[in-house]
Design a protein around this ligand. Structure first.
Ligand SMILES: *[C@@H]1O[C@H](CO)[C@@H](O)[C@H](O)[C@H]1NC(C)=O
Ligand SMILES: *[C@@H]1O[C@H](CO)[C@@H](O)[C@H](O)[C@H]1NC(C)=O
Length: 206
C-alpha cells in the first residue's frame, strides 16, 4: 500500500518536473498539455534586448546574396536584392560577446524610393530558459530610420502564441562592406504556464 503511494507520488513528481533547463516539451502530447493548461495561464510581458551581427563581407559571411534582378545594380536602393542570413545574436554590441541564438531568415530590398527591407525571419534562441524556443518576425525595415518596428507574429516553445513588437536600431554599420550590427529591443506578450524564470541579463520580466 505504502509502496504504491510512493510510486504514484513519484509518477506525479516526474510528470511535473521540467524537462531540463530551457527545454520545453514540443511533442504533440506536450503541446496538447500546454494548450489544456492555457485557460489558467497568465499572459505576461517580457522585454528582450540583444544585438544582431550581420556580416556580408569577407570569407565567412553570415548573410549571403541569393537573388537580384537585372535592375538591382542600377538601382540607387538596391531594389530586388535578396539575402538569406544566419546572424548571431549577442548580449552586447561586441561580436565576441556571449551568443544567445541566431536571427535566421530572408531580407529583400523592396523599395524603389528608400533603402528599405522586407524582413521575414526567426529569432532562434539557444541559451538558458529560451533554448529551443523561437520568435517569428515579419516587418518593414527602412534603414535610414532611427527606429524600425517589426511585428512579432508568433513563436514556439516558451513563446508559443506570442505576439509583440521588435524594435531595430542600427548600432554600427559600414556602407562599403554593408556589414552591420543591429540593436534589437523586443517586447513580447506570451503565456506563463508555470516553471522557473532564469536570470539571463538580456531579459526583463515586466
Ligand atoms: C540547448 O539545448 C540543446 C538540446 O536541445 C543542448 O544540446 C544544448 O547544450 C543546450 N544549450 C544550452 C546553452 O543550454
Ligand atoms: C569600412 O570597410 C572598409 C573596407 O573594409 C574599410 O576600409 C573602412 O575603413 C571601413 N569603415 C569604417 C567606418 O569602419
Amino acid at each position: 500500500m505504502k509502496m504504491k503511494m510512493v510510486a504514484m507520488l513519484l509518477v506525479v513528481l516526474l510528470a511535473m518536473a521540467p524537462l531540463g533547463h530551457g527545454i520545453i516539451d514540443q511533442s504533440p502530447e506536450g503541446v496538447e498539455r500546454w494548450f489544456r493548461r492555457l485557460p489558467h495561464a497568465k499572459e505576461k510581458l517580457t522585454k528582450l534586448h540583444f544585438f544582431f551581427q550581420d556580416v556580408v563581407s569577407g570569407k565567412t559571411p553570415t548573410a549571403i546574396e541569393v537573388a537580384r534582378s537585372s535592375l538591382t545594380s542600377s538601382s540607387k536602393t538596391f531594389f530586388g536584392l535578396t539575402r538569406v542570413f544566419d546572424d548571431p545574436l549577442t548580449v552586447t554590441g561586441s561580436p565576441d560577446s556571449h551568443r544567445i541564438g541566431y536571427g535566421q531568415g530572408i531580407y529583400s530590398l523592396t523599395s524603389q524610393e528608400d533603402v528599405a527591407l522586407l524582413f521575414t525571419f526567426n529569432f532562434v534562441f539557444t541559451d538558458g530558459k529560451y533554448n529551443g524556443s523561437t520568435l517569428s518576425i515579419q516587418g518593414y525595415n527602412p534603414l535610414e530610420a532611427k527606429y524600425r518596428e517589426m511585428a512579432v507574429v508568433g513563436g514556439s516553445g516558451v513563446f508559443r502564441l506570442a505576439r509583440g513588437s521588435a524594435v531595430a536600431s542600427t548600432y554600427w554599420a559600414n556602407a562599403t562592406t554593408q556589414d552591420g550590427i543591429v540593436e534589437f529591443t523586443v517586447y513580447v506578450l506570451h503565456y506563463d504556464v508555470g516553471g522557473n524564470d532564469g536570470d539571463e541579463q538580456y531579459v526583463q520580466d515586466m
